[in-house]
Design a protein around this ligand. Sequence first.
Ligand code: UDP
Ligand code: MG
Length: 153
Amino acid sequence: MESTLVILKPSTIQRALVGQVIDRFQKKGLIIAGIKMMQLSEDILREHYAHLVERPFFPGLLESMRATPVIVMCIKGKDAVEVVRGMTGATNGRKALPGTIRGDFSMSGQENIIHASDSVESAAVELARFFSEGEIFDYVPALMRSMYASDEI
Ligand code: UDP
Ligand code: MG
């Protein structure tokens, strides 16, 4: 089983879409292995978005990501990184396909509802950045056998 990091961004909190977004992951059969609310600091965002710090839109992104607390989640499942990225959709909400989270809930390149890790390697780094030991739980949902074939898990 793979784990990936999802962040429900401030626009999702402001627009009261938290329940609808989490509902999609649960209905898909993904497991919530960790979840908490936190106020992101400038330091953690500079680290998390290190690939973007030189871009002209970075100050705006920083402000947007600090507008309210966010909800960080560890989501678990077979091939979870790829599955969650697929559910997330393209970065710009106007380009993201209908049926994806960004495609259905966003009209913006910045205010695009969630962050999702883009590779297994970055998921491991990002989960360690936002969660401490003891905040991610290893449990097996009772319905696991109805969600996967026995050779898939
Ligand atoms: N972003 C933006 N303008 C851009 C590109 C990115 O405001 O032209 C923001 C947007 O919120 C995006 C985040 O920066 O989700 C991280 O960008 P990345 O390229 O990593 O996209 P993602 O992995 O989130 O799809
Ligand atoms: Mg990214």
